[in-house]
Design a protein around this ligand. Structure first.
Ligand code: 0L1
Ligand code: MG
Length: 262
């Protein structure tokens, strides 16, 4: 680690206040160019600790940047991960107050819910599928705290990977007999398709994103506990939204979920 405890705490306070007050900031590596990956996750951990101290509950995890093309572009070998708290969860068909966000975007994702713990190293797609209770369609709303979504990966990790809201819906579907790679995905904004894809866009198989997450957590001596909801990463590019927009996601065999920005 290159940053001391006081600096980590100050960066966590700065980024979380931006989230809570819906205002942007410059990327943290502008001020601390020597920040390393451990520092970046330490800032994220400090944000989580701040929320837990105020009574928040962790309700899930997310994998981000799980497309190979984007990882290659950013010159990283691993995706990033973040946490989800109860205040991020929005009811299916519910409203999101856009004034509480900076510059939100939506991502179509497949969410996994586990029925057994997953622990790396060595976690693989087969282990993930065996440990999956069910999958559901999920819309993740991301809202980078960085001005104009301009960041580098360490700044993104420190900012809890732009997490802000998520909604799940559709039918809780077991994965037996389901090929998650070939499931068609249609994201609609105001009734018009704006992004179309298939599950294989995420690392060739969405379960590979969960395996990578388990392997990354394993390196920290952590596991994915049974009963965890995990967003496996955007299947298409993220789509910008504003007040007045309605967004719905349909995933073949899993059903649909929707949210409105008011
Ligand atoms: O959920 C995601 O894949 C987003 C990761 C953070 C990068 C971004 O804000 O686009
Ligand atoms: Mg996402």
């Amino acid at each position: 680690m290159n940053l001391d405890r006081t600096t980590i705490a100050l960066l966590a306070e700065r980024l979380e206040n931006c989230e809570l007050e819906a205002r942007d900031t410059t990327k943290v590596t502008d001020d601390y160019p020597d920040m390393d990956w451990e520092d970046a996750y330490a800032v994220q951990d400090a944000i989580r600790a701040r929320k837990l101290a105020r009574g928040a509950r962790i309700v899930g995890l997310k994998a981000g940047l799980t497309s190979r093309a984007k990882m290659k572009q950013m010159n990283v070998e691993d995706p990033v991960f973040g946490f989800l708290v109860d205040s991020f969860a929005v009811a299916d068909g519910g409203d999101i107050d856009t004034k509480k966000l900076i510059h939100p975007k939506v991502e179509p994702e497949i969410a996994f819910v586990t029925k057994a713990a997953l622990r790396g190293p060595g976690c693989h797609i087969g282990a993930v599928l065996a440990a999956t209770d069910f999958v559901v369609p999920a819309i993740e709303i991301i809202d980078s705290r960085y001005r104009d979504f301009k960041f580098d990966l360490k700044s993104v990790v420190a900012d809890n990977c732009s997490s802000t809201r998520f909604v799940t819906g559709g039918t809780a579907t077991p994965v037996e007999g389901l090929d998650l790679r070939t499931l068609g995905v249609v994201l609609e904004k105001n009734g018009q398709p704006v992004a179309i894809g298939a599950g294989a866009a995420v690392l060739g198989h969405p379960a590979a994103a969960i395996a990578m997450l388990a392997n990354m957590l394993g390196r920290r001596g952590e596991e994915i506990p049974a009963g965890t909801l995990i967003l496996s990463g955007g299947i298409t590019e993220a789509v910008a939204v504003a007040a007045g927009d309605s967004v719905s996601l349909r995933i073949q065999s899993l059903g649909s979920t929707s949210v409105r920005f008011v």
